[in-house]
Design a protein around this ligand. Sequence first.
Ligand SMILES: NC(=O)c1ccc[n+]([C@@H]2O[C@H](COP(=O)([O-])OP(=O)(O)OC[C@H]3O[C@@H](n4cnc5c(N)ncnc54)[C@H](OP(=O)(O)O)[C@@H]3O)[C@@H](O)[C@H]2O)c1
Length: 328
Amino acid sequence: MTNIINSTKIFVAGHRGMVGSAIVRALQQQGQTNIVTRTRAELDLTDQAAVRAFLASEKPDQVYLAAAKVGGIHANNTYPAEFIYQNLMVEANVIHEAWRAGVQKLLFLGSSCIYPKLAPQPMSEDALLTGTLEPTNEPYAIAKIAGIKLCESYNRQYGASHGTDYRSVMPTNLYGPGDNYHPQNSHVIPALIRRFHEAKVASAPTIAIWGTGTPRREFLYVDDMAAASVHVMNLDKATYDAHTQPMQSLINVGYGHDITINELANAVGQAIGYQGQITFDTSKPDGTPRKLMDSSRLNALGWRARIGLEEGLATAYADFLTQNKPSL
Ligand SMILES: NC(=O)c1ccc[n+]([C@@H]2O[C@H](COP(=O)([O-])OP(=O)(O)OC[C@H]3O[C@@H](n4cnc5c(N)ncnc54)[C@H](OP(=O)(O)O)[C@@H]3O)[C@@H](O)[C@H]2O)c1
């Protein structure tokens, strides 16, 4: 068994990112040693000729596509052209050139923002393409939807002739080691970790959170996401096919339940050891009241999240402190 695992050559695209590095950790924990990686400086995935040459010479057995241009609302609003162009190019190059190089198994990472703004909650896979997207990240979401459709189209055209078996997973909001704690360009958990840490260091008596604190959101620890990715990649084809459809082949990956922003802020405050008071700036917008994935498809395939918020936040805060050591 060990020999079979080690003889599988795996390319993890985006291995220096939060999710890609967690996928490498998960594969290594399984005893996988034949993992191929390239930094962006070594291989720009928007460069088709370079991707072609790389995949043709490496000929991996499997590809995890965790490279993408990723960011929060501010970045999506400010750089929409970069978000749509870079993500479309990376996906088209990696998926097409993987197919050309004979790769039969590929896992594409999408995002929960592919679902319509007003999708029924919890959002199930069949909500895809049933309504208008959230305008702020529409360019990013369109690129991610294209990635799913690339995988499905290659399966439909080349599945029988070439054994092409390209799968897609849609993570909910992720957090954990390797996150981006940038003051403007980060997601909600890393942004809160930074703010609570700075408030603690400054002994600030209060910290104001935007909005009413009542919107509900779902959060998954990144090592759980990596474990789910490996689980989905390794499902046998008959099982995967039995739980998906050729033109609706995506699988949601969520924690399983959501919490309010108020609950989240209190959990982050506790993880950081902030002693002051949390207030809510209700003059600021709340956003959508609830965003939760329906992960029943993945649960039926035998996978469930294991790492709770308290444990995950403690590790994430330790990572923040490591990343920000020189400025402390
Ligand atoms: N983070 C979340 O909450 C979340 C939620 C849902 C879905 N996802 C999905 O998960 C995937 C990974 O996200 P992440 O959070 O791990 O993002 P990340 O930390 O920003 O990592 C992305 C990685 O992709 C690499 N990359 C981007 N463009 C590239 C290019 N042109 N050539 C080579 N490498 C390139 C980046 O390299 P550099 O380091 O050189 O920039 C980086 O290492 C994405 O598909 C994202 O949509 C993430």
